[in-house]
Design a protein around this ligand. Structure first.
Ligand code: PLP
Length: 374
């Protein structure tokens, strides 16, 4: 590369598509029609059940759709409240709103950036129906504490594991522990089908309800054609997407291992700096969907300056999620000091399967120089 040419672009994330994905997608496009139009979908659901260790999975067109149907299946509706952490992507809150219920935000923990179980308990009212545990950037929520609170107050504990494929809480995979779990296979996620998601549950009755909802309200075993028993949803994954998903799932261990390797490389490169990264408490595994830095509070730091330095070197930076309470859509929560402070000090770093060590070093050196300036 000559001195004038711009550095090659470092994307914050991109899918890993091999011959296997192309072969399955080509097969689905060639043969996956007519009576074979569900083959890859069924195979994908079977593979996902096995991967997660749950008895039920329904492939969907998005993670948001999986959350929406799961919450509908739990009977969440007008007048109900669902508690979630203030630092979140809106996809976790939107289905609550669509069901006519109210998202109730609580502050997060400073180390995991996930919802604070004590704050959850304090936010419970007679209208509270569920707790939505979102495993942010692969970091696990404190599932033991949340399960205790849920049990004590008779609430559903739901897992949004869209960012947590590969994360394991004391032997149990993220998404397999709650009333139900939802995953996303959007193009930015560790496993992708372009767009897509999956609903998973251990609960036979909930599975049957969501299965009916997922098929435009048509119950399994209904012999009349085009006979919905209720008004359902249409959030199905296509066979073509599922074909790519089957290949991705065959490679899930490799894809997660690469995320972990990239994270470890960042961690050692940034070890001397005054910042924290995604935690991995004893007894857990972090799938490290997004390596994230949170600069220490007492350090002068301007996130926009670092983003500008990234841009100047053709590197994608990505801001940490804004507190949902700052959007003006869900009411204000001035007491959420941790979430508000975190979001100004935090940034996601690029990570994708074929990212080279030299590229990780290029990103790291910009972080280093931005934090060593007076
Ligand atoms: C990506 C994501 C979603 C939404 O998934 P889509 O497939 O884009 O609908 C939901 N929750 C979290 C935490 C996510 O990261």
């Amino acid at each position: 590369m000559n001195a004038e040419s711009k550095s090659s672009r470092i994307y914050y994330t991109k899918p890993s598509i091999t011959e296997l994905e192309i072969r399955y997608a080509t097969d689905a496009a060639t043969h996956g029609w007519g009576e074979r139009c569900y083959e890859y979908i069924e195979r994908f659901e079977q593979q996902f059940r096995q991967h997660l260790g749950v008895p039920h999975a329904i492939a969907t067109s998005s993670g948001t759709g999986a959350l929406h149907m799961g919450m509908a299946g739990l009977g969440i509706g007008p007048g109900d409240e669902v508690i979630l952490g203030d630092i979140n992507w809106i996809a976790s809150a939107a289905p609550i709103v669509h069901l006519g219920a109210k998202p109730v935000l609580v502050d997060v923990l400073s180390d995991t950036w996930c919802l604070d179980p004590a704050a959850v308990e304090a936010a419970i009212t007679p209208r509270t129906k569920a707790i939505l545990a979102v495993h942010l950037y692969g970091n696990l929520c404190d599932m033991n504490a949340l399960a205790d609170v849920a049990r004590k107050h008779g609430l559903h504990l739901i897992e949004d594991a869209a960012e947590a494929i590969g994360s394991i809480w004391h032997g149990r995979r993220a998404g397999s522990m709650g009333a139900f779990g939802a995953f996303s296979f959007h193009g930015t996620k560790t496993i992708t089908t372009g767009e897509g998601g999956v609903f998973v549950t251990n609960d036979d009755a909930l599975y049957e309800r969501v299965l009916t909802l997922s098929n435009h309200g048509r119950a399994r075993g209904e012999t009349r054609q085009f006979w919905p028993a209720t008004t359902g949803f249409k959030y199905k994954m296509s066979n073509l997407q599922a074909a790519i998903g089957c290949a991705q799932l065959e490679r899930v261990e490799e894809l997660v291992a690469t995320k972990r390797r990239i994270f470890e490389h960042y961690r050692s490169a940034l070890a001397e700096l005054p910042l924290a990264m995604n935690p991995e408490p004893i007894g857990t595994v972090n799938g490290y969907w997004m390596p994230t830095i949170v600069v220490d509070k007492d350090v002068p730091f301007d996130r926009d300056d670092l983003l500008a330095a990234f841009r100047a070197d053709n590197i994608d930076g990505r801001v940490f999620f804004w507190p949902l309470s700052s959007l003006g859509l869900f009411g204000t929560y001035p007491s959420h000091k941790i979430g508000q402070s975190l979001s100004r000090r935090a940034l996601n770093l690029p990570s994708y399967n074929d990212m080279t060590t030299a590229e990780i070093d290029r990103v790291s050196s910009i972080v280093c120089s931005s934090l060593s300036q007076p």
